[in-house]
Ligand binder design. Structure first.
Ligand code: MN
Ligand code: MN
Length: 470
């Protein structure tokens, strides 16, 4: 082999080259990644909504010895606890050996994904079909949600306190639902519209039936027949939809993508990919020095608002209860703990899509297969609204990655002046924590079927575990 030239040696030493993580990977290493992602895909298939995620994560945690914080009176080093906030967000913690005053290490993701919610009065009949009216949740491209198989998940709360769970469209023997679109032959006018106006919010109507109830005397026979089916199956009446939370999600299963099976295609990987990688990291971890906290929040896609969103004070209450039960709480201690704490805001990142490369600036963009993606700052147009990680903290995180041989990349969300986005990072930063966004690059983000790289998924798991175990 030729000897390396002086320039080559110098370049290797001085340049920051981001290599594809699959290069030089051993067969054993690849199998480990693929095995881990099998578990991830199974999790996705049974966890499509925030309620399902929280209940499955609670179950997984209980199986590993985590206890509901309300059922424990004194906390000690090594104790594992959680708090389930109204079935829609959950916080977990492992008490570390160092005093908690010195701070905690948080990894926080979100369980909600873009979807279609049923309106409070959803059911109606039109020209022999029965439909559900929807109101979309989060940032979607509406045209992507037509003509695909859809499933119905959610709960109906009855006035007698009973809660009925609904999950239909996932089992092979279940029916599915869909939103129709116009045939091209008659779509001249629609096709002239801007893409964002091609399908309007009020067009997102779910087709749910077409057989009329067999009685000449009544009107709305198809609606009546559907309500009759729902009454027999779930014991509900039309009025019960008023107190329901029913979500329409793609009925597609998570699948390996590509001849080489290197990627995952699935609904809701924003942000279930960070939910799964962080919860499994927490369940697999040894007792840490610094108290480890895992947040799985709700409502991120619509601004983290409400009592299950990260903006609520329920998380602060959870932390206060920990301080109380460690028998160390004093006035302002919580503020001090927060100011000494560090957080990885675990949320997905926009991966470079070669077909749409013009929106990315490639030196500052994340690529699938090149490892976990860091965003030093979010925000848009002049960093407006950005949560910007301090350089000193970025150096700490870099050091963690380099020590543990974790592949990482630091990027911005798209070109300057093209776009931007936000996560829950700023909320914890406002409490005084050092926070950086740190997640998995995704293609087709917010679409019914999103794409990630298995390599990055496993690096995310390794990242969160190393961060907590440091
Ligand atoms: Mn997200
Ligand atoms: Mn999102």
């Amino acid at each position: 082999m030729d000897e390396k030239s002086q320039g080559e040696i110098l370049k290797e030493k001085l340049f920051h080259e981001k290599k594809n993580g699959w290069e030089n990977i051993s067969e054993e290493g690849k199998n480990k990644i693929f095995d881990y992602c099998e578990g991830y895909m199974k999790f996705l298939n049974r966890s499509k909504t925030e309620r399902e995620i929280v209940s499955n994560c609670e179950e997984m945690a209980k199986n590993k010895g985590f206890i509901d914080i309300r059922h424990i009176s004194n906390l000690n080093v090594g104790d594992k606890i959680y708090y389930n906030n109204r079935g829609k967000s959950i916080y977990l913690a492992v008490i570390g050996s160092d005093p908690i005053e010195a701070g905690i290490n948080v990894v926080g993701s979100h369980a909600d994904s873009p979807r279609l919610d049923l309106k409070p009065n959803p059911i109606y009949e039109d020209d022999g079909f029965a439909y559900f009216k929807t109101h979309y949740y989060g940032g979607i491209k509406k045209y992507q949600w037509t003509t695909i198989p859809l499933a119905i998940h959610g709960i109906i709360a009855k006035t007698n306190g009973e809660k009925i769970k609904i999950n239909i469209g996932e089992d092979e023997s279940d029916p599915i639902f869909t939103i129709t679109d116009l045939l091209p032959h008659l779509a001249q006018e629609q096709m002239e519209k801007k893409l964002k106006d091609g399908i309007s919010g009020e067009d997102l109507n779910i087709l749910i039936g077409s057989i009329p109830f067999n009685d000449e005397k009544v009107s709305d026979k198809v609606k009546l027949n559907i309500l009759n089916i729902l009454n027999q199956k779930y014991g509900i009446k039309e009025v019960d939809f008023l107190s329901s939370e029913i979500e329409i999600v793609p009925a597609m299963k998570a699948r390996s993508l590509g001849f080489d099976r290197s990627m995952v295609a699935a609904y809701g990987q924003d942000d279930k990919v960070c939910v799964y990688t962080s919860i499994t990291a927490m369940l697999d971890m040894n007792i840490p020095k610094t108290t480890a906290v895992c947040i799985i929040s709700d409502k991120e896609e619509i601004g983290s608002v409400g009592n299950t969103g990260m903006e609520s004070h329920v998380f602060d209450t959870f932390m206060s209860v920990i301080l109380n039960k460690l028998n160390i709480n004093v006035p302002n201690l919580l503020d001090k703990v927060f100011c000494n704490s560090r957080m990885l805001s675990a949320d997905v990142d926009a991966g470079v899509d070669p077909t749409y490369a013009s929106v990315s600036e490639k030196n500052n963009a994340s690529f699938l297969g090149k490892g976990i993606g860091l965003c030093k700052y979010t925000g848009a147009r002049g960093k407006s609204g950005a949560s910007d990680a301090n350089a000193e903290f970025v150096a700490e995180v870099r050091n963690l990655f380099e020590k543990n041989n974790i592949k990482y990349q630091i990027s911005e969300l798209g070109k300057v002046d093209v776009g931007g986005g936000g996560t829950i990072a700023y909320i914890l930063a406002n409490k005084g924590m050092d926070v950086i966004d740190c997640g998995v690059p995704v293609l087709s983000m917010h679409a019914p079927y999103e794409v990630t790289s298995k390599f990055d998924i496993f690096e995310a798991y390794r990242t969160y575990k190393a961060f907590w175990e440091e």
